[in-house]
Design a protein around this ligand. Structure first.
Ligand code: IPE
Ligand code: IPE
Ligand code: MG
Length: 248
């Protein structure tokens, strides 16, 4: 029986963020090259997106390529860029028909021109969709995002007094402006780190580490992560008794 049936549909997160990790190790275990793992990883993205839509969860953010990933061998980087581009182009209609709105965070300008073009086309085509807001983190670094947000904020606001700078104001300069913070962050492949992903936004997120490598991630693993999430008590600094009183 699917864990789907055990989920409390009234207590679902509105935003799930995923660090899709383990493609290379997954392929290596099978005696294949890393690229094979990345190709299989695309299938996991499709399964995950379908499951998220089925659950009516409105926001999904996927960490697809970090700023640090540019330091990988040129051959792997090039293959990944081509894979992103072909996946975007081949799935444009699919995403459009499923009413998915695609946006990106990260340094889009770092990507090859062709890849940027495909992404911009996809974003334009899907901009009025509203079933799922799918954010792709590409050439993304959270520290860069925060640093640039501070620079832009100081340039535009020109505060006379530093006390004018609030958390809300700084948040509004992040690339994730308008997207609620994720309640749940999933990382696959058994690694227990956040690798410079959404550092500001995950301040109160529940972290779930899946032992499955990304190409083995599927609907059931997603449901399991949400099932575990629903068992957690999110206290936000308060006590259990306080939370009980708030409900009553
Ligand atoms: C995640 O899998 C995909 C990207 C970072 C692009 P990896 O490529 O990091 O796979 P492992 O972690 O080396 O197994
Ligand atoms: C994080 O995975 C980035 C993505 C999933 C895109 P990495 O494999 O690059 O992270 P580290 O090197 O294990 O920290
Ligand atoms: Mg990795």
């Amino acid at each position: 029986m699917s864990i789907y049936n055990n989920l409390n549909k009234k207590l679902l997160p509105k935003h799930i963020a995923i660090i899709m990790d383990g493609n290379g190790r997954w392929a290596k275990e099978l005696g294949k090259n890393r690229y094979y793992g990345h190709v299989q990883g695309i299938k996991s993205i499709k399964k995950t997106v379908d499951a998220i839509i089925k659950l009516k969860i409105p926001y999904l953010t996927l960490f697809a390529f970090s700023k640090e990933n540019w330091n990988r061998p040129k051959k792997e980087v090039n293959l990944l860029m081509n894979l992103f581009m072909s996946t975007i182009i081949e799935n444009q209609d699919h995403f459009y028909n499923k009413k998915i709105k695609i946006t990106t965070i990260g340094e889009l300008n770092d990507l090859p021109k062709q890849c940027q073009k495909a992404l911009i086309e996809m974003m334009n085509k899907t901009k009025n969709n509203a079933v799922l807001n799918l954010t792709l983190a590409l050439s993304y670094s959270s520290r860069t995002e925060i640093t640039q947000a501070v620079q832009k904020m100081l340039n535009e606001e020109k505060p006379k007094n530093s006390a004018e700078i609030s958390e809300a104001l700084l948040s509004s300069y992040l690339q994730t402006k308008g997207i609620p913070d994720p309640e749940l962050l999933i990382r696959t492949s058994g690694e227990r780190r956040v690798s410079n992903f959404l550092l500001w936004q995950i301040a109160f997120s529940e972290l779930y580490f899946s032992e499955k490598k990304w190409p083995d991630f599927n609907e059931e693993e997603l449901y399991m992560a949400i099932f575990e999430f629903q068992k957690r008590e999110r206290r936000f600094g308060k006590t259990t008794d306080q939370l009980k009183n708030e409900i009553n």
